[in-house]
Design a protein around this ligand. Structure first.
Ligand code: OOG
Ligand code: MG
Length: 259
């Protein structure tokens, strides 16, 4: 473990700091200001953060990828794929309402969601994650970095559960290829357009990237879980009003955002 001798690394204390930033709706400075985190440390903080949420009664219902698109990498200045966890309290129903109260400085981004029809055996190199996926849907993710001004390093954002805050998934349908589909998201009158090709060239590659990271990090992938493949465009600030996303051939997902 690498750590600044002035600030010995306490994984649980860092998880508590991020957890309290989220529950208290107050941002916190980058952990890297006074700690030197390795990627292993950062995933350990993320796991400790998820354990805290589970102790509060939350259940992990899926995983998400981050920085699978160049637009996001450029927006955030980070260029390697990351994985975070989604819990049941982050789920918002399609067409449902989302209150801004619990968020610090939320942003929203268009995503493709996959659903696992069976467990992925992380110990069987022959298992293809694609064969475990049974459905696909249009989705939007609400990200809300717990760091001041959304400024973070690679290890910071991993520790902070990859800014995961909420998500909404449209109608599920049987899996089919969506390599290059037009994506349009409108948020309180502001529109952003892109293509699913922005997600590693083809969102299915996000599944492969996910499987690799989950094997290395021992992050379980279970039947019924949702996978967010990563944003297809840069994120937009989330304010009150309707947020909707259309993906050609995949359908539409909406949420009504209120103060
Ligand atoms: C990190 C989360 C990135 C994506 O889809 O690329 C992400 C952030 O931008 O705060 O969810
Ligand atoms: Mg995302």
């Amino acid at each position: 473990m690498t750590s600044d001798p002035r600030c010995p690394l306490d994984i649980d204390a860092l998880a508590r700091r991020l957890d309290e930033a989220q529950t208290g709706v107050t941002d916190t400075p980058s952990l890297s200001d006074d700690h030197e985190l390795t990627v292993d440390n950062a995933y350990a903080v993320q796991s400790a953060l998820i354990t805290r949420r589970e102790h509060r009664g939350e259940t992990v219902v899926g995983v998400k990828l981050g920085f699978t698109s160049k637009a996001k990498m450029a927006q955030m200045g980070v260029s390697e794929v990351i994985v975070g966890r989604l819990t049941d309290v982050m789920a918002v129903a399609d067409g449902g309402k989302l209150e801004l109260g619990p968020f610090i400085h939320p942003r929203i981004e268009p995503e493709v969601a996959y659903r696992l029809g069976r467990d992925v055996d992380l110990d069987d190199a022959g298992t293809s994650i694609e064969s475990c996926v049974d459905a696909i849907a249009p989705a939007m993710e609400i990200i809300d970095s717990r760091y001041r001004d959304f400024r973070f390093t690679y290890t910071d954002v991993v520790a902070d559960n990859t800014s995961a805050a909420a998500f909404v998934i449209g109608p599920w349908q049987p899996v089919h290829p969506v390599a290059d589909r037009a994506v349009r998201m409108r948020v309180a009158g502001v529109e952003v357009v892109g293509s699913t090709a922005a997600i590693l060239g083809n969102p299915v590659r996000a599944l492969h990237a996910l499987a690799g990271i989950c094997v290395r990090r021992r992050i379980p992938l279970r039947a019924g879980q949702v996978i967010l493949a990563g944003a297809a465009t840069a994120a937009l600030p989330l304010g009150p009003g309707a947020a909707e996303c259309d993906i050609a051939g995949l359908g539409r997902v909406t949420v009504e955002v209120t103060r």
